[in-house]
Ligand binder design. Structure first.
Ligand code: ASP
Length: 287
């Protein structure tokens, strides 16, 4: 089974169909990979790569920009079997940052940031593209509104994530984002941080989206896993941790969760969060 999200936020009504449709496209690609016998990690990366290519999401093409109008991408993938994780933060214009994170899985290091991270990616065969190739007119317009109104730290909506359980029951989770619109240079959100925005082990796979600072302070994904280990039911665990983020850390957002035998779960405390799931038995989507 594979489940993806296309970011918590408040997507305008006119764009909601496109957000839902992109999620469905992504799970079908991830599902095809699973059907061919690919691992949970590979299927999650396949789905996220599709979402990174679609301009309606805040990842890869269409990503949010920092206060200087520059691209600064955050990404992570975690393998719930080996417990290997690869995260990169403050990356410049790479089309598919999730594939760089996947490459990092086999290294000892879990998190690389900034220009050394870019250098590492180049060294491992990934090329940067001109920023203009990833910046859409729609994003430039929102960026102007945010930055010219003196705002920073608005979370943009449209972060993408995937959680997956393969034929052997192994799980993986990944998240990819441009972060918050108008963020300060150097700001890192929850997405590339294991236990905050992304986490997988033998009990669960989780990808979060929303106001990253709150999710970091709440140790969000790790707390969901802990609640599951304490015997809480998956829906209750996710719901109570999202409520905790809202009440104790003043942050809204959403998350997707898979457990060893359970159904796909997608919950949010925002107006919208697009999602879709696929399994050999069927598929579903919503926003
Ligand atoms: N959580 C992301 C961040 O804070 C933003 C989002 O999910 O929209 O970077």
């Amino acid at each position: 089974m594979i489940l993806v999200h296309g970011g918590a936020g408040d997507v305008p009504t006119a764009s909601r169909d496109a957000h839902e449709a992109g999620c469905l496209e992504a799970v079908r690609a991830g599902g095809a990979a699973l059907a061919e016998g690919c691992s949970a990690v590979e299927a999650a990366c396949t789905a996220i790569e599709v979402l990174e290519d679609l301009p309606q999401y805040n990842a890869g093409k269409g990503c949010a920009l920092n206060v200087d109008g520059r691209i600064s991408l955050d990404v992570a993938i975690m393998d719930g079997v080996t417990m290997e994780a690869g995260g990169l933060a403050c990356l410049g214009a790479f089309e598919h940052p999730i594939r760089i994170a996947q490459k990092l899985l086999s290294e000892k290091e879990v998190l690389l940031v900034g220009s050394p991270a870019e250098e590492w990616a180049r060294h491992h065969g990934f090329s940067m593209v001109p920023e203009a190739r990833l910046i859409t007119d729609a994003v430039r317009k929102i960026w102007r509104e945010v930055v010219e109104n003196g705002g920073s730290g608005n979370f943009a909506g449209g972060t993408v994530g995937a959680v997956c359980r393969d034929a052997e029951g192994n799980m993986a989770a990944g998240t990819s984002t441009g972060g918050t619109m108008g963020k300060p240079a150097g700001r890192v959100g929850d997405s590339p941080l294991v236990g905050a925005g992304t986490y997988a082990d033998e009990t669960c796979a989780i990808s979060a989206t929303g106001e990253g600072e709150s999710f970091i302070r709440a140790c969000f994904a790790g707390q969901v896993a802990e609640a599951l280990r304490d015997g809480m039911d998956p829906h209750g665990a996710l719901y109570s941790q999202l409520e905790r983020v809202r009440e104790r850390y003043q942050g809204v957002g959403g998350a997707i969760l898979l457990t060893p035998g359970g159904p796909p779960i997608a919950l949010r405390t925002t107006e919208t969060m697009s999602w879709a799931w696929w399994s050999p038995e069927g598929e579903g989507s919503g926003i």
